[in-house]
Design a protein around this ligand. Sequence first.
Ligand code: SAH
Ligand code: SF4
Length: 343
Amino acid sequence: MKDKVILSGLTQKEIENITDTLGASKFRARQIHNWIYLKSVSSIDEMTDLSVKFREQLKEAAVISDTKIHTKQTSSDGTIKYLLEFPDGEKVETVLMRFDNRANLTACVSSQIGCAVNCSFCATGKRGFIRNLTYKEIVEQVLTIQRDTGLKVTNVVFMGQGEPLLNLDNVLKAMDIFNEDFQIGQRRLTVSTSGIIPGINKLANLDMQSTLAISLHAPNHNTRLQLMRIENKYNMENLHSALKNYIEKTGRRITIEYLLIKDLNDTLESAKELVHYLADLKCNINLIPYNPTEKNDYEKPSRNSVMRFKSILEQSGKKVTVRLERGADIDAACGQLRGKVSD
Ligand code: SAH
Ligand code: SF4
């Protein structure tokens, strides 16, 4: 397997280079491309519209993937969490969420192994930063899901482990492949960030239809600092300007993610302060009731405080959703991904 080319993550053009060396036509490349991205086969032998002879040649030169499913857990709500293992032994988690409407299959992908941002409420950050994922490793997460389930992923959210805007080149290249090769519309791709301003500014200058989600989580500097050390570097005031600029340049509405933690940022005052901060930003708000991860004192907000918070924001004219908790029984919910086999 050592010197063989890995087909996952290759563009049409790159596959053509392989078929060229094998003396086959561009049409063969097109067929292989479809088998990889749209039909997601696990072996070259399953590429049944290629001759047996050509399949043998291809098997000499290439393999589909070098990534293994280390573990797979299925939640009672249908959410599936995969722990994938790359050739260097590093592991990363990917989650597949099915919503009621079965046509919608969302992959929650990781962009890094570990995370340097180290927010106080998040299990991923506790490991520190290990390394960036390559764009192929990001793409591989969705391919693994498709190969394993036999289903086609329709939406991708960068809400797994890692800070996507600190690995922007690989994330952008992966988004290109999701769009071009998987044929997933840009509007069905969402990048979530803890508020890395230079990355937001870069995205503002790209002509993309994808959604930017901001993990805000607090209504003011001091509360945010308590939760997210990144507030020291990129504070809410500067973030506000960057978001205004992003919205102006792209014409797109952003999503504000707000983690609700009991008595810390779920109060009436917090809601009012948040309304003020968001007043001139074109955004939808996604409230995320805190999911307990061990090693901190935060608690889940009560249902009442979530509803009160929601209605105050709604009164200000914003569209607000409360994120459904998915896969909490298998630690696949937001912030519970840590990329470890067990601990
Ligand atoms: N690093 C990026 C993307 C990954 S985190 C970011 O922070 O935006 C994806 C989402 O899960 C973020 O909104 C994050 O704040 C949230 N999250 C982290 N820990 C959580 C927890 N314990 N409970 C609920 N949501 C959490
Ligand atoms: Fe990193 Fe996001 Fe977790 Fe913060 S919430 S530590 S940015 S993955």
